[in-house]
Write a protein that binds this ligand. Structure first.
Ligand code: SF4
Length: 214
């Protein structure tokens, strides 16, 4: 993932409640990991409403991994994923390590195993929004497998991707200024690198210098 492939355009119309604007979650001064957790809650709440409204028109479910092609993430999401990988059962980590050693044998995200995400509860923002209606470059984008027969979506179900990415970028910048670790000092981190880090013995990577903690 990292780009929105498999996209399809819809229109958004009507009045009423708007989709989340992410202003509070991006507020300066908040702990970036708390802000990130709040952002995730907001997205999950939004998606839950969307699924309640359009459930039968949504194909995203366990078993569909068409968009599981995540290549890189930002630093704050790398940190969250590293913690999630480290929390996996030992046998799962061992099999992930073997998959990593085999390298580019298989296309797709290294965290995808038998059609399911190994770190589903901790998956990045893009994995939580992909396929659902997002406003991108002035148009509403959805997975073509979703919302078949629906021509127009209420604006309250359309996430503004630019606002979302701006909020996420602000958290990432704050996270990177707080964490004292060269690994996280990069704009994008390959998923294979963060998995390798999570699996390696790494005495110094269990904590960060100040508030952000591993
Ligand atoms: S992190 Fe999980 S949901 Fe996201 S692309 Fe990888 S396997 Fe799929």
């Amino acid at each position: 993932m990292g780009s929105r492939e498999h996209s399809h355009k819809k229109s958004a119309g009507g009045k009423g409640r708007r989709a989340p604007a992410f202003a509070h979650e991006a507020q300066a001064g908040r702990d970036p990991l708390e802000s990130y957790a709040a952002l995730i809650d907001l997205i999950d709440g939004h998606v839950a409403r969307l699924v309640r409204a359009y459930g039968s028109r949504i194909a995203c479910r366990r078993g569909c991994s068409a968009c599981c092609i995540l290549g890189t993430v930002n630093a704050i999401e790398a940190h969250v994923l590293i913690r999630a990988v480290r929390a996996l059962p030992a046998r799962v980590r061992a099999s992930l390590g073997r998959r990593l050693e085999r390298g580019g044998e298989r296309p797709g995200c290294v965290l995808l195993s038998r059609g399911a995400c190994l770190v589903y509860e901790s998956r990045p923002v893009i994995c939580r929004t992909h396929g659902y209606p997002v406003l991108a470059d002035g148009a509403v984008d959805v997975c073509p497998l979703n919302f078949r027969g629906v021509e127009e979506l209420a604006p309250s179900y359309v996430l503004d991707l630019e606002r979302l990415n701006t909020a996420l970028a602000a958290m990432d910048v704050r996270f990177r200024t707080l964490i004292d670790e060269p690994f996280f000092d990069q704009d994008r981190i390959p998923v294979s690198d963060l998995v390798e880090r999570a699996l390696s013995a790494c005495p110094g990577c269990g904590s960060t210098s100040r508030r952000a903690k591993n």
